[in-house]
Design a protein around this ligand. Structure first.
Ligand SMILES: NC(=O)c1ccc[n+]([C@@H]2O[C@H](COP(=O)([O-])OP(=O)(O)OC[C@H]3O[C@@H](n4cnc5c(N)ncnc54)[C@H](OP(=O)(O)O)[C@@H]3O)[C@@H](O)[C@H]2O)c1
Length: 230
């Protein structure tokens, strides 16, 4: 298994799964040098938990980043209730935002991959991980009992395609790209009905990251490293 890279950037990390990811990366046995934790308003009220965490761990550096400036997202809509602006906003954040972040950070990923001084794709070289969801798996949609949430389901399916395309495009640059389903997790998005706590969902993630290789670039894995269909 490969060691994790020296530097990690976690977007939207002021709450939920990604706040817990920052917490666990900051306290893992092989500490990282830099954890760049981004959110809309690091200095505002919504950044409080992240600021408190950063105050305990000098490796955490707070960065303001809004991937698209969209207003608060509403991920639920049926065909009847859907409006086009809502659909466009969710795509702006989930799809265009993912591409924009990838584009902005490409020079750093290229440099990391080049400077790594070793062969093969791995998380100690350069890696892009997108937290996706099984709900973006088109085959599953037929058996999901609730009404389709068009903005969420469609944008997550599109995110998955973006990750596949990035994996193909960046393979020659030795940059690994993988989509990760975190399970159904108790957060504002996952709701209290979810079976997993953020701690449980994130606990296995460093080991999953460390196991990534050429074979799992362009793959869709869950929080325990099991392979999922697209
Ligand atoms: N929870 C689950 O069961 C579950 C299952 C499968 C996949 N996921 C995926 O896991 C990821 C994290 O979800 P979560 O459950 O941890 O969510 P969450 O607790 O509801 O938090 C969402 C985070 O995304 C940030 N965000 C939203 N729009 C943004 C934008 N335009 N630019 C920058 N940051 C933005 C929010 O920032 P603000 O606080 O500033 O709004 C917040 O930090 C999501 O991609 C979600 O689809 C979650």
């Amino acid at each position: 298994m490969a060691a994790l890279a020296w530097s990690v950037l976690v977007t939207g990390s002021n709450r939920g799964i990604r706040l817990e990811l920052v917490r666990q990366l900051a306290t893992c046995p092989q500490p990282l040098q830099h954890i760049f934790a981004t959110c809309h308003e690091p200095r505002g009220p919504r950044g409080k938990a992240l600021r408190e965490l950063a105050a305990q761990h000098p490796s955490i550096k707070l960065v303001q980043l809004d991937s698209d400036n969209s207003p608060n997202l509403s991920l639920h809509a049926t065909l009847r209730s859907l409006d086009s602006q809502q659909m466009l906003s969710v795509f702006a954040t989930n799809v265009v935002g993912l591409l924009q972040v990838g584009k902005k950070f490409l020079p750093f990923l290229e440099k990391a991959a080049k400077d790594a001084g070793k062969d093969g794709l791995s998380c100690s070289r350069a890696v892009v991980i997108n937290i996706s969801t099984k709900l973006g798996f088109i085959g599953l949609c037929l058996s999901v009992p609730q009404a389709p949430m068009y903005p969420y389901h469609a944008s997550k399916a599109a995110q998955n395609m973006v990750m596949r395309c990035m994996a193909v495009e960046l393979q020659d640059k030795e940059i690994l790209c993988t989509a990760l389903h975190p399970g159904w997790v108790k957060t504002d998005t996952g709701t209290d009905k979810a079976p997993l706590t953020v701690d449980h969902s994130v606990r296995g993630v460093p080991a999953v990251l460390a196991s990534l290789s050429q074979d799992t670039s362009g793959a869709f894995l869950d929080w325990e490293g099991n392979s999922l269909p697209w």
